[in-house]
Design a protein around this ligand. Structure first.
Ligand code: PLP
Length: 376
């Protein structure tokens, strides 16, 4: 079989080898963490240690973690704190992942006032104070865009929001930020923050919402009272321990990984230029994501033509690939034609890439597609 050159790490990542051992250990040590005998208590202790480890990695010991089955669930849980009523508006960034955006749409359909915060041409949220007022009670702005890698300056967002309404709650979806760029929740000042294990080399089906002390989240699932009665149900112990393992590893490798993927990103841009193919880079922020527009081609066709070389990329966010949703690029001022010609390449620092060869193949395929379209 052709070697797989996986460049879709913003969609999901290859789990660390150690995850398998965490799972087999949990099969052996299968006891219910709610059991009061010592075997159960020791599992409970491991969950509690995982919780504090993740808080430490987020520099967020002034709050706590609620484990969920995904970041999508954590985002939904966060937004459930918004109370739709007169004089209480919800503001969300236009480029949010559907986990936030569709929840906001549901509030809007039910009659709530929802403000969609526009993006600037770099893909970051526009100056927030121009768009909200003292009736804005809840704001959600993602840390890093899953499409363009654009980084939002969260501490500026929090300061601007709290100046206008000190009681407003600020949530951020940190799925594409945590473990990739420095995240210090004490400095950023947000009230809630979402993370996901499968974006940081962990398993699917485990996410978490960090909540600052003093903020009361509404119960999402009623039952036996696990997760402080916010999300009842016997815990996904293997998932939780894996998330903590990954959180610890990616934060300790942060600088080394950042430099490595920055090198990949820079080299790919420079090699594409050397191969004399015209393109535009959309957004400028996280080195983990490179969003490119080629003129006169369809990104989807390019994606499939690269598959024959074992190169796997994306045209946008994996979650919306079945239902094209171009909010982010549109908000950045891209035309429909440009959006059609856009691809997303996302790197892993735990992989070795032959960037020169990848650039050569991409450039050749782009030129072939442009030639075919011109010839029609
Ligand atoms: N938020 C962002 C920014 C994402 O990139 C994703 C996944 O693509 C999610 C939320 C959803 O994460 P999960 O797959 O854990 O539900």
């Amino acid at each position: 079989m052709e070697k797989i050159i996986y460049l879709d790490n913003a969609a999901t990542t290859k789990p660390f080898a150690e995850i398998e051992k965490i799972y087999t250990d949990c099969v052996k040590d299968f006891y219910n963490p709610s059991a009061v005998y010592s075997l159960g208590v020791s599992v409970r202790r491991r969950i509690d240690d995982a919780r504090s480890e993740i808080c430490k990695c987020l520099h967020a010991e002034h709050g706590n973690i609620i484990f969920t089955a995904s970041a999508t669930e954590a985002d939904n849980l966060a937004l459930s704190l918004f109370k739709p009523r007169a004089n209480n508006a919800l503001a969300v960034f236009i480029g949010e992942h559907p986990a936030v955006y569709q929840k906001a749409k549901a509030f809007e359909t039910a009659g709530a006032k929802v403000i969609y915060l526009p993006a600037n041409s770099d893909g970051a949220v526009d100056e927030i104070s121009k768009h909200i007022d003292s009736t804005t009670g809840f704001v959600s702005v993602m840390h890093v865009s899953n499409e363009t890698g654009s980084i939002n300056n969260l501490s500026l967002v929090v300061k601007a929001v709290k100046k206008i309404n000190p009681r407003a709650i600020v949530h951020s979806d940190g799925v594409q930020a945590f473990g990739k760029i420095p995240v210090n929740l004490r400095e950023l000042g947000v009230d809630m923050y979402t993370i996901s294990a499968h974006k940081i080399y962990g398993p699917k089906g485990i996410g978490a919402l960090w909540v600052k002390n003093g903020i009361n989240v509404n119960p999402l699932i009623f039952g036996g009272g696990q997760e402080k009665a916010i999300r009842s149900g016997t815990e996904n112990v293997a998932g939780i321990l894996s998330l903590a393992y990954c959180a610890q590893k990616v934060t300790s490798d942060l600088d080394k990984n950042f430099n490595k993927v920055s090198g990949y990103r820079k080299e790919l841009i420079s090699q594409l230029e050397q191969n004399k193919v015209e393109f535009e880079v959309n957004g400028n922020g996280s080195p983990y994501i490179l969003n490119l527009t080629f003129n006169g081609i369809r990104g989807e066709v390019l994606l499939h033509s690269l598959e024959k070389y074992g190169i796997y990329i994306s045209t946008g966010s994996a979650c919306s690939s079945k239902k094209p949703d171009n909010r982010m690029l549109k908000a950045m001022g891209k035309t429909d034609k440009q959006i059609q010609g856009t691809i997303r390449i996302s790197f892993s620092p735990y992989e070795e890439y032959d960037i020169k060869n990848i650039a050569k193949i991409i450039a050749q395929e782009v030129k072939d597609l442009q030639f075919k379209i011109k010839g029609k």
